[in-house]
Design a protein. Structure first.
Length: 126
């Protein structure tokens, strides 16, 4: 988490790790508006616990989302590396519950190891 703090920097008095947790919460709950997120910090007990009773205003939330986009890629990539390093992902079986899935198997839409590496390096450049 110290490396994350170095990449993200501090936005005034709010710890960037708390704002990152809040960003992941907003992504999982499909809340994109910074004003709606600010309302969540006042009424939702889950968010109050997650942010340790911090209540960032909508401007601070919006600034964090805009300024720190490059850090998201680093955090998510570290999470995937940790997940794979703990052998939690073997790539052998996928289990889904109640999800409709459309499978398209074509040469252009499937990803090989080389194509995945190329896509990851292109995303790092942008």
């Amino acid at each position: 988490m110290d490396a994350l703090r170095e990449v993200l920097g501090h936005i005034k008095a709010t710890d960037p790790c708390d704002l990152l947790k809040f960003y992941v919460y907003s992504y999982l709950n499909h809340i994109r508006s910074s004003r709606k997120l600010e309302a969540e910090t006042h009424r939702n007990l889950e968010v109050i616990w997650l942010l340790r009773q911090l209540r960032p205003d909508y401007k601070k939330i919006a600034d964090f989302h805009q300024i720190k986009r490059s850090a998201y890629r680093l955090v998510f990539r570290e999470f995937v590396a940790l997940y794979c390093g703990l052998d939690l992902y073997s790539g052998e079986m996928i289990a889904m519950d109640g999800t409709k899935l459309k499978v398209v198997k074509s040469r252009h839409r499937s990803y090989t190891g080389a194509k995945m590496e190329k896509t990851m390096t292109e995303s790092d450049k942008s």
